[in-house]
Design a protein around this ligand. Structure first.
Ligand code: NDP
Length: 329
C-alpha cells in the first residue's frame, strides 16, 4: 500500500483526497517501465489547477496529480536505470494523463526520467521542480538569442512565484541587472535578497498599454501573459528577447505586432512539458552549475502530503512565495 493524492470526477463532482492505494493500482507502462519510490514532489501552478479543478488539466480519472518527482528506482525494465538509481521527473503529461508524483510510489516510462544531478538532494531538486527548470529554459533561450548582461536589464514578471523566484536568482548570479515585477510589495526584500536590483509594482504592467513605449528591457522572463506580456514586449529594446512561459494573469495576448516589426523583438515560447531530453539534461546541468544551493533554502519550504491540497488552493490564490516541496513520506 502507498499514500497518494487522488483526483476523482464523477456524479459527486470533482474532488482531491489523500488516499491509501494498493501497488496493483499503479498504471501499466507497456515498455521500459520504471517504478520509483518517491522521496519528494512539489506544487507548481499546474498542480494547483489540477488539484482544484480550476482548469481542465487532468485528462483521465482517477488521477494522481504531481508533474514533478524525485526518488529512487525500485524496479526497472529500462536499460538506462537500475534499482537504487536516484532520478528526477518533470512533465511529459505526468500528473495530467499519467499518475504523477504526489504519491509515495510512481510507475513511469523510463524515457521520461533524468538522473538526479549529484549537486542536489531529492528535496533540493523538488525545490527547483518544473518551475525552476522552466526558469532555466528561459535563461538558456535568452542566451541562445544573444542576450548577455552587457545588453541591459532583464525583467521578470510574477517574480515572487516559483518560476519567477528561480529566474531572478539565476539571472542575478549570471551577472544580469534584474527588475522584478510583483503584486506583493511585502516581498520586495525577499526579491532583493535573491538578487533583484529593482522591484516594480504589478499594476504598472497589468493595465492595457500602448503598442510601443520607451525601450527599456534587453530581455524578459514572463510568467504572467495577457496585458503584462504585451506591455513587456512594448518596452523591449531594439533586438531584445522576451521569453513567454506562463499565464498566471491570463491566457490572452492583447498586443500589436509593432515591437516585432519595428524593433525586431523576438518572442520566444518556452515549453517544459515536452522539451526533448537533451535540452532537459542541459538545463539540469546548468542548474547544478549556476544556481546557488543556498538560494533553494531561501525560496522553498517543505510540507507533508496531507497539506498539499490546501496549499494548492493558496498557490492559485497567489499566496505562496517561491517554491513548496512536498515530502511524501
Ligand atoms: P506561482 O503561482 O508560483 O507563481 C505565479 C506568480 O504570478 C504569482 O506568485 C504572482 O507573482 C503572479 N500572479 C499570480 N496571479 C497573477 C495575476 N492575476 N496577475 C499578475 N500576476 C499574477 O506559479 P509558477 O511559478 O509555478 O508558474 C508561473 C506560470 O508559469 C504559470 O502560469 C504556469 O502555468 C507557467 N508555467 C509554464 C511552464 C511551461 O512549460 N511553459 C512550466 C512551469 C510553469 P507576484 O505575487 O510576484 O506578483
Amino acid at each position: 500500500m502507498f499514500k497518494a493524492i487522488c483526483i476523482d470526477k464523477d456524479d459527486q463532482g470533482y474532488r482531491a483526497t489523500l488516499r491509501e492505494l494498493d501497488d496493483s493500482a499503479l498504471p501499466e507502462v507497456p515498455e521500459g517501465a520504471v517504478t520509483v519510490q518517491v522521496a519528494c514532489s512539489t506544487l507548481n501552478y499546474k498542480d494547483g489547477l489540477a488539484i482544484t479543478g480550476q482548469s481542465p488539466v487532468v485528462r483521465k480519472f482517477p488521477m494522481v496529480p504531481g508533474i514533478d518527482l524525485a526518488g529512487t528506482v525500485l524496479d526497472s525494465q529500462h536499460p538506462e536505470f537500475k534499482p537504487g538509481d536516484a532520478v528526477v521527473l518533470n512533465g511529459w503529461g505526468v500528473g495530467e494523463t499519467h499518475w504523477g508524483g504526489l504519491a509515495q510510489k510512481a510507475r513511469l516510462k523510463g524515457d521520461w526520467l533524468v538522473p538526479l544531478p549529484a549537486a542536489f538532494t531529492p528535496a533540493q531538486a523538488m525545490a527547483i521542480g518544473t518551475a525552476g527548470y522552466t526558469a532555466m529554459l528561459c535563461v538558456m533561450a535568452l542566451e541562445r538569442h544573444g542576450i548577455t548582461p552587457e545588453r541591459g536589464e532583464v525583467v521578470v514578471t510574477g517574480a515572487a512565484g516559483g518560476v519567477g523566484s528561480v529566474a531572478v536568482a539565476l539571472l542575478a548570479r549570471l551577472g544580469y541587472r534584474v527588475a522584478a515585477v510583483t503584486g506583493r510589495p511585502q516581498e520586495a526584500d525577499y526579491l532583493k535578497q535573491l538578487g533583484a536590483a529593482e522591484v516594480l509594482p504589478r499594476e504598472a504592467f497589468a493595465a492595457p498599454g500602448k503598442p510601443l513605449t520607451k525601450e527599456r528591457w534587453a530581455g524578459a522572463v514572463d510568467t504572467v501573459g495577457s496585458h503584462t506580456l504585451a506591455n513587456v514586449c512594448a518596452a523591449t529594446q531594439y533586438g531584445g528577447v522576451v521569453t513567454a512561459c506562463g499565464l498566471a494573469g491570463g491566457m490572452d495576448l492583447p498586443a500589436t505586432v509593432a515591437p516585432f516589426i519595428l524593433r525586431g523583438v523576438t518572442l520566444a515560447g518556452i515549453d517544459s512539458v515536452m522539451a526533448p531530453k537533451a535540452l532537459r539534461l542541459q538545463a539540469w546541468q546548468r542548474l547544478a552549475r549556476d544556481l546557488d544551493p543556498a538560494v533553494l533554502a531561501a525560496i522553498s519550504r517543505t510540507i507533508g502530503l496531507n497539506e498539499a491540497i490546501d496549499t494548492a488552493r493558496q498557490l492559485l490564490a497567489g499566496q505562496v512565495r517561491g517554491r513548496v516541496v512536498v515530502d511524501v513520506n
